[in-house]
Design a protein around this ligand. Structure first.
Ligand code: SF4
Ligand code: FES
Length: 323
């Protein structure tokens, strides 16, 4: 099968037929890859919900060079031979993405100072790198009746951006999904059906895929900020999963266990709830060595610095961010 040529922000690559623009951009590298809040490589049918990955197709293909009339979701649009795409090089895309970020933040509470996801929240990174510094929204934010979805996972519905990743984890990794998105529009919410508890052995992966702090680990909540912990690759013999995980340590104590994530913040291999929630003793694990957190996160950098790619013009940023 012949490869297809696609050019994104001036960089050309050849990819297999069926590759999406987002995947092609990731193959070129992080400088041209659009952000993604709902797409997740390992979850079938993910993508198409959040619109943060919008790009502009300036040339449809070699055969039909007409541009696409509207911005398209790169996670759901496949590459055609000779296609030309603009991401960060298009002002229209940068401006539209700012709108998407503003929209995602409309109902999102600004509780980062007390949110366990702070430091590894994709919405924090997204709004810092692609958002506006102000919101124009003047109305009350949504609130929800609090529901307890189980012993190990905490749901904060006000923080949810309805990306559907956790629903797909439950559908594709566990034998019986007991939660989903109920209602639609402004009142759409993640909920369990008939007061069920989410307790399936692989349900903890919902915490890892949640891009915000809507689903957090009850065994770790309020114990520490993630950037105070030392991530270490470790494994154990497990009869339910690969047993390959990251243990987050403070001194010799293990504060939490998560899956290993790649440079796009996506889990390499799913882990079971026993490894995640029950194995917190150093003797449970064989340590392999320090984990390098690849994302441009405060965990790896300790602070936002000059390496962060700014999309906004330098003049529009407060001076202290530029130092
Ligand atoms: S709870 Fe998290 S993973 Fe689930 S839909 Fe909301 S934001 Fe997405
Ligand atoms: S990542 Fe493409 S629409 Fe969400």
């Amino acid at each position: 099968m012949s490869l297809l040529k696609v050019t994104i922000d001036g960089k050309t690559i050849e990819v297999e037929p069926g590759t999406t623009i987002l995947q092609a951009a990731r193959q070129i590298g992080p400088d041209v890859a659009p952000p993604a809040m709902c797409y997740y490589t390992k979850l079938k049918t993910s993508g198409g919900y959040c619109r943060t990955c919008l790009v502009k197709v300036t040339k449809g293909s070699e055969k039909d060079p007409r541009p696409m009339p509207k911005l398209v979701a790169s996670c759901r649009t496949t590459v055609m031979d000779g296609m030309e795409v603009q991401n960060y090089s298009s002002e229209e895309v940068v401006e539209a993405r700012k709108g998407v970020v503003e929209f995602l933040l409309i109902n999102h509470p600004l509780d980062c100072p007390i949110c366990d996801q702070a430091g590894e929240c994709h919405l924090q990174d997204l709004s810092y790198e692609n958002g506006r510094s102000k919101s124009r929204y003047e109305f009350k934010r949504r609130t929800f009746e609090k529901i307890d979805i189980g012993e190990k996972i905490q749901l904060h519905m006000t923080r949810c951006i309805l990306c559907y990743r956790c629903v797909k984890v439950a559908d594709q990794l566990t034998p019986g999904r007991v939660h989903g998105v109920i209602n639609r529009g402004e009142v759409a919410e993640i909920s369990t059906y008939i007061q069920n508890a989410v307790d399936n052995e692989f349900s903890g992966n919902m915490i890892d895929v949640c891009p915000v702090g809507a689903l957090t680990d009850k065994t770790f909540r309020f114990k520490s900020r993630v950037w105070f912990l030392k991530p270490v690759d470790a494994h154990r013999d497990c009869d339910q999963c690969s047993g390959k995980a990251v243990v987050w340590k403070y001194g010799n104590e293990i504060y939490r266990v998560t899956g290993r994530k790649d440079q796009w913040g996506e889990v390499d291999e799913w882990i079971c709830n026993t490894c995640r929630f029950e194995k917190k003793s150093p003797s449970d694990w064989v340590e392999e060595g320090p984990r390098k957190i690849n994302r441009h996160s405060v965990i790896s950098q300790n602070h936002y610095g000059s390496k962060t790619r700014f999309v906004a013009s330098p003049e529009s940023l407060p001076q202290k961010q530029l130092s």
